[in-house]
Design a protein around this ligand. Structure first.
Ligand code: BJW
Ligand code: ZN
Length: 245
């Protein structure tokens, strides 16, 4: 048995024994569905870095440009499907006494795969918020105007997502921290672990006695803290972990 296989076997065993499982996902889990990651080679749109457009400053400066970026992502996402890793997590949820899926992704693919207990730390691309009256609505239209306007007050709408420097929704963050405090095992899948507070959630779980496992193509700033790191594609590794669950 190779070392990698031994590690997979170990994590599979932890997953089988765990009663309460928390998962944190990032863009890497959706990469095999065709969703570009933020900090990978594919993180450029019209020559802009995605992370430079995901800011309130960029939106204040040029809302049409930022909306064009989100219109493009909505079009792209509408044509994509959840992959084997998203589906494998649905199975974990069905088998465990407690299961929380914390995601940084706004792509809605966990919900579309069938997961239920999802905590979307950075919002959802299919929700839109008014910049004046703050009303939030689900909206899956693919033919929005370049600058959509609130039907209640006439002000500019924006994507209901969390940009750099903006606070995460308190209730969602509190629920995520509670899920980390109360789990036996936490899997951290496909995140570069550079964005806070998401990146440090695994340490909360560890401080409260959980085993923590990283699943990623590459090492991250938190790699050394994990009990086990599986290097490879989420779409291959996660289904392997849930086999025989
Ligand atoms: C694969 C794979 C495959 C590829 N299989 N793996 C403490 C210290 C320092 C800074 C801060 C701090 N606290 C807060 C900050 C500031 C800031 C921050 O963290 N900055 C750092 C960058 C330095 N944080 C914030 O501003 C947050 N707000 C906040 O804390 O507010 C506090 C506050 C309180 C009160 C008042 C005011 C403020 C908000 C963060 C919002 C992040 N928003 C974005 C955009 C969301 C909308 C959108 O999508 O358009 O969220 S930025 C972007 O990064 C997006 C992602 O969710 C997030 C994380 O990226 P992710 O998912 O990790 O993707 P990548 O691309 O980075 O990594 C992909 C990984 O997958 C790689 O590792 C690959 O190897 C791997 N991979 N294919 C497995 N097939
Ligand atoms: Zn309004």
């Amino acid at each position: 048995m190779t070392i990698a296989n031994k590690d997979v076997q170990q994590v599979r065993c932890w997953l089988q024994r765990a009663r309460r499982v928390t998962v944190l996902t990032g863009a890497g889990i959706s990469a095999e569905s065709g969703v570009p990651t933020f900090r990978g080679q594919d993180g450029l749109w019209r020559g802009y870095r995605a992370t430079d457009l995901a800011t309130p400053e960029a939106f204040d400066r040029d809302p049409q440009l930022v909306w064009a970026f989100y219109h493009w992502r909505r079009q792209l996402l509408a044509a994509l499907e959840p992959n084997a890793a998203h589906h494998a997590l649905v199975l974990v949820e069905s088998k465990k006494e407690q299961f929380s899926l914390i995601t940084q992704n706004i792509d809605d693919l966990h919900r579309r795969a069938g997961s239920s207990n999802i905590l979307e730390l950075h919002g959802n691309i299919w929700q839109i918020r008014c910049t004046a009256c703050s009303v939030v609505r689900w909206n899956r239209e693919l033919t929005l105007p370049p600058l959509p306007i609130c039907r209640d007050c006439g002000a500019l709408l924006r994507p209901h997502v969390v940009w750099f420097g903006e606070p995460l929704e308190a209730a969602i963050l509190e629920s995520a921290i509670a899920a980390c405090r109360s789990c036996d095992l936490m899997l951290v899948i496909g995140t570069s672990a550079v964005v806070q507070p998401a990146a440090s959630l695994a340490l909360v779980a560890q401080e409260h006695g959980a085993r923590i496992v990283e699943i990623n193509l590459e090492a991250t700033p938190y790699t050394d803290r994990f009990d086990c790191c599986l290097r490879g594609k989420a779409g291959t590794l996660v289904p392997e972990l849930v086999r025989d669950l």
